[in-house]
Ligand binder design. Structure first.
Ligand code: COA
Length: 260
């Protein structure tokens, strides 16, 4: 697929996806959603990519939401399809077997906040602003915001954001646990890529099993989760990376993981 609205490059095992409609503050129109779906599929099947970073083009916005010009044309049936499609695409990010980091470089509103929520880790620039302003348009979040926000931050705060439509600053987002770290805008991408490289330097079998185990808490009880963890832990002990990692420690050297 030839991309019109995203940029995609691979750097040191990191797939860097940049939503690229800066004149519309990277708003997600249908074409952009299709392109995100396609790039995630291609990343999934590319064994050379260990980790993904998603960011926005320009200095103003990560993603300022779904494209309101397209939203304006929705009717009941098409709206259901619109929401289901966005949920399918964002779910493909959330369930990807490689870590996905959002580098939130500005406004993350509506679908932009929801895109960041579908990622596994969120890093923000100091000018970033988060919000679910859908009620200002007479709608509710339709790309997972009502479900994921209250799983990431506490439900009263999630409701406050969703019911008021107010934006919060990067510092506030950090304080309430919506983002992992905040950096000056000029440093955001490099710091996020450094984090990606750190994760990419580990044994990738362990990284994938760890991601699987932590994400399983979404739909397992504690006892089911512990049993699942024991099974995945046992599987990691069958990998070459396990032999290499433990031997390297005992021989006081750096591990040379082959990701097998
Ligand atoms: N959909 C479509 N176009 C959008 C958009 C969106 N979600 N967000 C911004 N744009 C467009 C604007 O229409 C404008 O286009 P134009 O230059 O052709 O008129 C351009 O991006 C720049 O936005 P503008 O509003 O002029 O920038 P601003 O700095 O004054 O305000 C925001 C920035 C983010 C506060 C404002 O754009 C906004 O409120 N956007 C909508 C946010 C939203 O409700 N998102 C949820 C959608 S469900």
């Amino acid at each position: 697929m030839n991309y019109q609205n995203i940029l995609y490059e691979i750097k040191n095992h990191t797939g860097l996806v940049t939503i690229n409609r800066p004149d519309k503050l990277n708003a997600l129109n249908n074409q952009t959603i299709n392109e995100i779906e396609d790039v995630i599929k291609s990343i999934k099947s590319n064994p050379d990519i260990f980790i993904v970073v998603i960011t926005g083009s320009g200095e103003k916005a990560f993603v300022a939401g779904a494209d309101i010009a397209e939203l304006n044309n929705l009717e009941v049936i098409s709206a259901k399809e619109f929401s289901e499609k966005g949920n399918r695409v964002f779910r493909s990010i959330e369930t990807l077997d490689k870590p996905v980091i959002a580098a939130v470089n500005g406004f993350a509103l509506g679908g932009g906040c929801e895109l960041a929520l579908a990622c596994h880790i969120r890093i923000a620039s100091d000018n970033a602003k988060f919000g679910q302003p859908e009620v200002n348009l007479g709608i509710i979040p339709g790309y997972g915001g009502t479900q994921r926000l209250s799983r990431v931050i506490n439900s009263a705060r999630a409701l406050e954001m969703i019911l008021t439509g107010d934006m919060i600053s990067a510092d506030e987002a950090f304080r309430i646990g919506l983002v992992n770290k905040v950096y000056p805008q000029a440093e955001l991408l490099n710091k996020t890529l450094e984090l990606a490289e750190k994760i990419a330097s580990k044994g990738q079998q362990a990284i994938r099993f760890a991601l699987k185990a932590v994400k399983a808490t979404d739909n397992m009880s504690l006892s089911e989760g512990l049993s699942y963890e024991a099974s995945l832990f046992a599987l990691t002990c069958g990998t070459e990376d396990f032999k290499e990692g433990t031997s390297a420690f005992l021989q006081k050297r750096k591990p040379d993981f082959k990701n097998r």
